[in-house]
Design a protein around this ligand. Structure first.
Ligand SMILES: [Zn+2]
Ligand SMILES: [Zn+2]
Length: 378
């Protein structure tokens, strides 16, 4: 589609949105769109749920101008760019031992919470169950994934234990912690192989947490637009911590660096920015330091996130060491499982183009993670 053929404002808007470096996001309600005549930028702002633009077309003719269309298009692109679908694995087509497709179903085995399909391989003459990710577990996948859902949505270990008991599953809190450790590690390795399509504005912040009764700081990097929790690190102190690893890790995991990084006034962020994100050649990452807690709107997101972690402080007593899988578990829960109000009920991963399918997302993640891990494919 060449520029000459464009007739409507909508088409012009889409063309602007599809061209590099035409739109700059300031925050969810403020964008700067380059004037197509080549002189400066127009500010497109949302107020009372309606987009307004500074351009003459909008101001004098009261039209929904191409800049507004451009902003609308650009926000809908992200999810459309590359959608990764993680599907539940519902059936086996190959023998888990020899890979032969010469397998038959051979009845079901009754289990406390349901039936498990048994397969028989006619080539290697072995029996196996369809229970990917849970093969050698004494307890069923439903119990394990329910435990994770309860625990990460804020229940204490004790309450999680009680709820499982009502479901007919009697386990100790130690068993639950072991499940969490085992499966969070598996899922973490797996999700790190998928690159989410995060925006170009990131936010770093630090919050208090208790590890083994001591106050520590959780340093976190978040994507501003999708709320995807990019990376994290636990530090002893706030003021002497070197934030460089967090910045480096974020860049590596996302496969890019942001156009804008927003932090508070902490000196270590500035050092990390200079060492990890500052480049001699453009386009250069911009560092915005919010020294004071001005602009309420701006800080809402991080405060909500802090609340999300703090609400769970009591359940964090399980934290024994800095590299605890518990925090990685929260990260997976936050990114892939929990629908986010600010994202119209989508998960941050979905906002980044990663869709986890199936009724039980924990199950889908574990199945895919363990299949990838064991190396055989369906
Ligand atoms: Zn306009
Ligand atoms: Zn076989």
């Amino acid at each position: 589609m060449s520029k000459e053929q464009l007739t409507t404002r909508q088409e012009h808007g889409e063309a602007i949105a599809r061209t590099e470096n035409q739109i700059r996001r300031i925050d969810a309600k403020t964008y700067l769109v380059k004037s197509q005549a080549g002189n400066g930028e127009y500010c497109v702002c949302k107020s009372e749920d309606e987009w307004r633009c500074e351009c003459p077309d909008h101001v004098y003719r009261h039209m929904k101008c191409k800049h507004i269309f451009a902003v609308e298009f650009s926000t809908s692109f992200r999810a459309e760019v590359a959608i990764t679908r993680i599907e539940p694995i519902e059936n086996l087509t190959e023998c888990i031992y020899c890979g032969s497709s010469n397998i038959v179903k051979d009845g079901v085995r009754k289990n406390k919470s349901g039936n498990i399909q048994i397969f028989y391989c006619k080539d290697c003459e072995r029996y196996f169950t369809f229970n990917i990710g849970f093969e050698r577990m004494k307890h069923n996948p439903q119990a394990v994934t329910s435990a994770m859902q309860l625990y990460f949505s804020g229940e204490s270990l004790r309450n999680t234990m009680k709820s499982l008991k009502l479901l007919g599953v009697e386990v100790s809190y130690r068993t639950i912690l072991n499940w969490i450790r085992k499966y969070v590690k598996l899922m973490k390795n797996y999700v790190e192989t998928i690159t989410p399509n995060v925006s170009d504005t990131w936010r770093a912040d630090e919050i208090y947490i208790k590890v083994k009764g001591d106050m520590k700081y959780l340093f976190a990097m978040m994507d501003d637009e999708t709320r995807f929790w990019i990376a994290q690190e636990v530090a002893e102190t706030k003021y002497t911590h070197d934030a460089r690893t967090l910045f480096q890790m974020s860049k590596q995991l996302m496969g890019k660096q942001p156009k804008t990084i927003i932090t508070d006034g902490l000196m270590s962020y500035h050092d990390a920015y200079k060492k990890e994100y500052w480049t001699l050649k453009g386009p250069r990452t911009e560092h915005i330091r919010k020294i004071t807690f001005g602009g309420k709107h701006e800080n809402n997101k991080m405060e909500r996130f802090n609340g999300e972690i703090r609400d769970r402080e009591k359940t964090m007593r399980g934290l024994k060491t800095k590299d605890t899988p518990i925090l990685s578990g929260y990260q997976i829960f936050h990114n892939y499982i929990r629908p986010h109000e600010g994202l119209d009920g989508k998960t941050p991963a979905e906002a980044c183009g990663i869709e986890v399918k199936g009724k039980n997302k924990w199950m889908t993640l574990i199945q895919n993670a363990s299949q990838k891990h064991s190396g055989y494919s369906q």
